[in-house]
Design a protein around this ligand. Structure first.
Ligand code: PDD
Length: 288
């Protein structure tokens, strides 16, 4: 059972709000059969969504990239997010939005007959990062990025990400640091950042990574804090020699990685760039 979610939780499915225990989809749904769909995760604090417009714009980009037409406007998506939040008892939570190409006979190419996309939404509780993770930091292991070449699409086909996260779990680490052709890509479900001599760097936003909503947001926070930022390919060597290594995601916000492959990152403790961005992120949430 997902944290804070039980069979009585209210979810949205294809035009209706209903109890999770009553929500049903066809086993022929192309999301189930092919992983043919996209999703997004909008964080909310005190039931107020954080960067909702950006999340919904990304959902619409993902839908467009795989040619699913819902006919929904940005306002319709906002109404869904607010509708789910209004029906939830959870305070800090995530709104999970999931759209598939719908149910159709199992044929790889798109259905030839018009099919209604399946639209699903649910609210899950969001535990803000624990003090131990914020103050002591996380551990990670490196691996080759074995995923496909369209990581910019927030696809529900997450097998590569699932296996990457399990690789970390099996190694007793919190996260993976993935490299593609010798360059940093991202974690299993987060973006990665390195700091060297006070400069914050991230991989370029291309098809090899998902552009996290925190990517542009951290750029904003860094600019406001006078921290120089640079997007460019980052080699394994640079990651190995970084002063700080950070991750960002909707659910983990911003956290430091203090050990990589068993070796300390920089001083082996959270650094000053992390501390500044962490404080600014907390302040933005408190001001919602
Ligand atoms: N994942 N990269 C990947 C592969 C991700 O799955 C995520 C987020 C991110 C960070 O994006 P954002 O800052 O918009 O959360 C980067 C979500 C949280 C998930 O799958 O649950």
């Amino acid at each position: 059972m997902i944290a804070g979610v039980d069979n009585d939780s209210v979810v949205y499915l294809n035009g209706e709000y209903l109890r999770l225990g009553e929500a049903r989809i066809s086993v022929l749904d192309r999301g189930f059969i092919f992983g043919d769909g996209v999703y997004d995760v909008v964080p909310a604090y005190g039931r107020k969504p954080f960067r909702m417009g950006e999340h919904l714009a990304r959902l619409q980009r993902s839908l467009k990239a795989i040619r699913i037409e819902t006919g929904w406007s940005a306002g319709d998506w906002e109404d869904l997010v607010q509708g789910l939040l209004a029906r939830s008892v959870l305070q800090d939570c995530t709104v999970y939005l999931h759209v598939t190409r719908g149910a159709a006979p199992r044929e790889h190419s798109f259905p030839t007959q018009p099919v209604q996309p399946t639209i699903f939404g649910m609210v899950s509780s969001l535990s803000r990062p624990a003090a131990v993770n914020r103050e002591r930091g996380l551990t990670a292991v490196s691996m080759d990025d074995e995923r496909w070449l369209h990581c910019e699409i927030k696809s529900i086909s997450l097998l590569g990400n699932v296996l990457a996260k399990q690789y970390a779990t099996d190694a007793g680490a919190d996260e993976v640091v993935q490299f593609r052709d010798g360059h940093l890509s991202e974690g299993s479900s987060c973006n990665l950042w390195v700091v060297k001599y006070g400069i914050l760097r991230a991989p370029v936003r291309d098809r090899m990574i998902l552009e996290g909503i925190r990517y542009a947001y951290l750029m904003e926070l860094a600019a406001a804090a006078g921290i120089p930022f640079e997007a460019r390919p980052i080699s394994r060597l640079e990651v190995g020699q970084a002063d700080e290594l950070l991750l960002t995601s909707a659910t983990r916000e911003i956290l430091p990685i203090i050990r990589l492959d068993g070796r300390p990152v920089g001083a082996g403790s959270p650094g000053p760039v992390y501390a500044r961005l962490r404080a600014d992120y907390d302040r933005a949430i408190a001001a919602l």
